[in-house]
Structures are given as structure tokens and as C-alpha cells.
Design a protein around this ligand. Structure first.
Ligand SMILES: [Zn+2]
Length: 202
């Protein structure tokens, strides 16, 4: 039906997360249709991403500079460290414009089933930073899953030898959410984490 160039394109696009064979076909056809305009731009951008994007040697964030723009920002509060699983979680936190500290990206969570132990995560570099830097608070922002919890617990134990306040993000009801649509665990945790009403007002 078509040459190896097109089938390779389909194969590669299909390797992207969330892209099934149908989406891969739609993307490939769109790119080929725009092969004088969008495609060359994409080629350039991909090449630049490959050569210029680096992993921050402090927090494992992705940026074109190392240390990344967050670690090298003198206005960030270097006493507050937020621990996240992935770069996408850092981006989500940054979207809130509410956190002015710095981050550490774990690169995943502990998972016995997937064979992910502490040595597969960025824990050694975390402990190195904790020993070297002057953190007063570590905010555990791993996901509210069993593995996320296990990971948070494991790290809390490691941090116990330091005079650091260890906190985690609160579990709660989604803003605009109705109880009717939520699972029992979410409701139970929100009930446990209840706050005096006036404290919850913005
Ligand atoms: Zn960084």
C-alpha cells in the first residue's frame, strides 16, 4: 500500500504515549499533507530538543540549561523542597503559581510488581541534596496511590535523621466535585483531613 518511509513513520508515531494505530495514521497523513510547512518545522524542533534539552543535575527536571531555570532562579525559596514523581507533576505544580520552592523529581514510584526499587529512582541524589542543602521542609507530592504512598513513607523514614518538617499534599474533594460521584476512599480521606471551615477560605 505504501513505501517503507510511511510505514516507519506510522510505527514511530505509534510508539508515542496515548497514540494508537488509528491516531498514528491520522498524524502521519496530516504531517505528509503539510510536508512543506509543518513537517520541516517539526524536524527542526525535534532536532533541537534532542541536542539542547538536558536533565538538571540537581533536581532531574528537563530544561535547556543545567542547573534548570527553577534551580538557578535566585528568587526561589531554597529551604522548601517539593518531591514529585515526574516532570509532568512539576509542570502541574508550576501551573498553580503557588509554590515558590524548588523540586526533586523521583522518576517514578516504588513498585514491587514492576521491579522498581529505591535504586531505580532518584533517591541517592535526593539524600545528597538533603545532606548538602538547607531544606526546612520537604513536601511529599507523590500520587495518592498505594505505590505513591509507599514511596512517600519510604522517603519519610530516610528523612527522619534530619531536622526537616516533612509534609504531604492534602487529600480532598476536587473543587466543584459532588460527593455522589466520588469513591469511598476519597471521601474517607477528605473526612479525615477536614479543617476548621474558616481555615479553608481563600
Ligand atoms: Zn533543577
Amino acid at each position: 500500500m505504501f513505501g517503507p518511509e510511511i510505514s516507519q513513520l506510522l510505527q514511530l508515531l505509534g510508539k508515542l504515549p496515548g497514540v494508537g494505530p488509528r491516531s498514528a495514521k491520522r498524524m502521519a497523513l496530516h504531517l505528509l499533507k503539510k510536508r512543506q510547512t509543518l513537517l520541516p518545522q517539526l524536524v527542526t524542533v525535534l532536532q533541537e530538543a534532542q541536542t539542547k534539552v538536558k536533565t538538571c543535575s540537581f533536581c532531574h527536571n528537563l530544561d535547556s540549561i543545567d542547573p534548570c531555570s527553577i534551580c538557578s532562579d535566585v528568587k526561589r525559596d531554597k529551604t522548601s523542597l517539593c518531591l514529585v514523581e515526574e516532570v509532568s507533576d512539576l509542570w502541574a505544580m508550576e501551573r498553580t503559581h503557588n509554590f515558590r520552592g524548588v523540586y526533586h523529581i523521583l522518576g517514578g514510584v516504588l513498585s514491587a510488581i514492576d521491579g522498581i526499587g529505591p535504586e531505580q529512582l532518584n533517591i541517592t541524589s535526593l539524600m545528597g541534596r538533603v545532606a548538602r542543602e538547607q531544606f526546612q521542609e520537604v513536601i511529599l507530592a507523590t500520587s495518592a496511590t498505594v505505590n505513591g504512598q509507599t514511596t512517600a513513607y519510604y522517603i519519610t523514614e530516610l528523612l527522619e535523621q534530619y531536622p526537616i518538617r516533612v509534609t504531604r499534599l492534602a487529600y480532598g474533594l476536587p473543587v466543584g466535585g459532588s460527593l455522589d460521584y466520588l469513591d469511598e476512599t476519597t471521601i474517607s480521606l477528605a473526612l479525615q483531613a477536614r479543617l476548621p471551615f474558616k481555615q479553608t477560605l481563600p
